[in-house]
Design a protein around this ligand. Structure first.
Ligand SMILES: Cc1cc2nc3c(=O)[nH]c(=O)nc-3n(C[C@H](O)[C@H](O)[C@H](O)COP(=O)(O)OP(=O)(O)OC[C@H]3O[C@@H](n4cnc5c(N)ncnc54)[C@H](O)[C@@H]3O)c2cc1C
Length: 499
């Protein structure tokens, strides 16, 4: 039950990105140590029960966009607990002029919807004739949509959608970095509409699914089912760890086994949770094979200091921690990371006994455009989407406050946030002002924003990785923020390491 001196790979940060890396690397036979700062594993994915109420503090669900996610769930042994979104949640609402309007899902519904004016509908017919931007253009999501579809689509479709996905502001997000598929659609087909039609034909020929048709899922007891299963299967891991040093051990002596000794002077052997009986010393496969330089990772745990060395270090933390961890090795990353904003978001669960005055909650939920000037970003009708969210006969709602739109609201006290949500829900859904259940989670740094210059920042990270073989960055500021995108990026990294 001790840390070894050497691991093939040390992973810092145990959200879905770090856990997927650890899981897959273990599967391919590497020795892996996973270090987590918090007192739990899973990062943004946090589910808990209070009685029969399910509290999702982070993601409520995700889309089955990649077979890699499906495989991970199957391999982790939690497929049977997987829960697909109910058919009843297909409908989605957008607030317009203070009323919830169904988002049209079919061409006839689009022609008759009250969500968009006739002028906005006609603008859509002109879209195929608008020329694409030059491939190197640096456009915001808002400018892109304004140019192709007009202001009304920006206000009543894209603005609320961006709030729902990123808690973001379309004026600041880069279309190329935040919505690469949209950007590519214009570049490849010259038009979003043509791209949709031709893309659907091509996918049909290739037997593939689009993101729009990917199924949404969670688990009976919430998204943490997956991260718990992954963490449970990784034998060598520690939480409540403070990693304070990350340095190259270049030029250090090679031991008889070719093990470069870490530069640090004081070393203790620490106990590792659930560690298998692995002998101390070099047991890994990769370091010996590759001849890579080593990294020394110094950390404190349980009041004791430890140093381990590794051929690879994967930094799977948010940017602030990544900047601190690499300030010695790659100081140029300091400003790269600090230029990625993370707005605060509060996630509020409310539970009610339905009344005749209440909205029927017949859908996924609603999103609110900024122009509607409300104090919440939107609400998910959680108990319509998934069963086992609330006690029998009650409804469960999940509401988001703050984001780039109104960061100050998410920084209020939990009482203030709860009041905002109850008042807004009462006004928009007719829910009682006193709930059966309420729970507030505040995220000071919720979701990284892929703002202007993001692609360039990612290129600098690529070049740091190239200059420091064995150093890797894998987290949601790179390759997409969704759980599926994090899993995909982690797989791609594991493949690069295995190559
Ligand atoms: C409120 C909210 C709602 C969301 N909703 C959805 C959704 O519905 N669907 C969806 O697909 N995605 C959603 N997301 C996004 C998705 O959940 C995240 O992008 C994803 O889980 C991030 O995973 P990660 O491993 O990259 O980062 P994180 O989960 O942030 O994990 C990073 C880990 O690093 C640890 N760490 C930090 N500093 C250190 C350090 N110095 N040393 C060691 N460890 C450290 C942290 O404690 C954490 O455990 C949501 C996110 C939030 C916050």
């Amino acid at each position: 039950m001790h840390t070894q001196d050497y691991y093939d790979i040390v992973i810092i940060g145990a959200g879905i990105s770090g856990l997927t890396c650890a899981w897959r690397l273990r599967q391919s036979g590497h020795s892996v140590l996973l270090l987590e700062k918090a007192d739990r594993y899973g990062g943004a994915i946090q589910s808990a029960r209070q009685g029969e109420w399910l509290i999702e503090a982070g993601p409520n669900s995700t889309l089955e966009t990649t077979p890699l996610l499906t495989e991970l769930i199957r391999d982790a042994g939690v497929e049977e607990q997987k829960l697909y979104a109910d058919e009843a949640s297909k409908n989605r609402y957008i607030l317009r002029d203070g009323r919830l309007q169904s988002l049209p899902m079919t061409p006839p519904a689009f022609l008759t919807t009250r969500l968009f004016s006739l002028t906005a509908k006609l603008a859509l017919f002109a879209e195929p004739f608008i020329s694409p931007s030059p491939p190197d253009a640096q456009e915001s999501v808002a400018d892109f949509v304004r140019r192709r579809l007009g202001n009304e689509f920006l206000d009543y479709a894209i603005n609320p959608f961006v709030a729902g996905v990123y808690a973001g502001d379309p004026e600041l997000l880069s279309v190329r970095a935040a919505f690469p598929k949209l950007f590519e659609l214009e570049q490849k087909y010259g038009s979003l509409i043509k791209g949709q039609i031709q893309g659907a034909r091509e996918r049909k020929r290739r037997n593939e699914e689009s993101k729009q048709s990917a199924r949404m899922f969670s688990f009976l007891d919430g998204m943490q089912t997956l991260t718990d299963a992954l963490a449970g299967a990784i034998p060598e891991k520690l939480h409540s760890v403070d990693v304070h040093t990350l340095s190259r051990s270049d030029g250090a002596d090679e031991s008889a086994h070719g093990v470069a000794q870490p530069a640090a002077t004081h070393r203790e052997t620490g106990s590792v949770e659930g560690s298998e009986a692995v002998p101390t010393g070099e047991t890994g496969t990769h370091g010996r094979k590759s001849g890579l330089k080593r990294y020394a990772i110094g950390f404190s745990h349980d009041g004791r200091e430890h140093v381990v060395s590794a051929s690879h270090v994967i930094i799977a933390t948010p940017t602030a921690a990544a900047a601190r961890l690499t300030h010695e090795i790659a100081p140029e990353l300091g400003s790269v990371f600090s230029d990625i904003p993370y707005p605060p978001v509060a996630e509020v669960i409310t539970g009610f006994t339905p009344t005749p005055e209440m909205h029927p909650l017949d859908g996924f939920g609603f999103l609110i455009p900024k122009v509607e000037k409300r104090r919440i970003l939107g609400t998910i009708f959680s108990s319509t989407i998934f069963r086992r969210r609330a006690p029998e006969g009650r409804v469960h709602l999940t509401t988001f406050v703050g984001g780039m739109r109104q960061p100050e609201l998410a920084r209020g006290s939990h009482e203030e946030i709860a009041r905002i949500v109850l008042d807004e829900q009462h006004a928009l859904l007719g829910t009682p002002t006193t709930p059966d259940f309420i729970h507030v989670t505040s995220w000071e740094h919720a979701i990284p924003q892929y703002v202007h210059g993001h692609s360039e920042r990612m290129r600098i990270i690529d070049s740091v990785e190239a200059a420091h073989p064995g150093l890797h960055f894998c987290a949601n500021y790179r390759g997409g923020i969704s759980v599926g995108d994090c899993v995909k990026a982690a797989h791609a990294l594991v493949e690069r390491i295995d190559r």
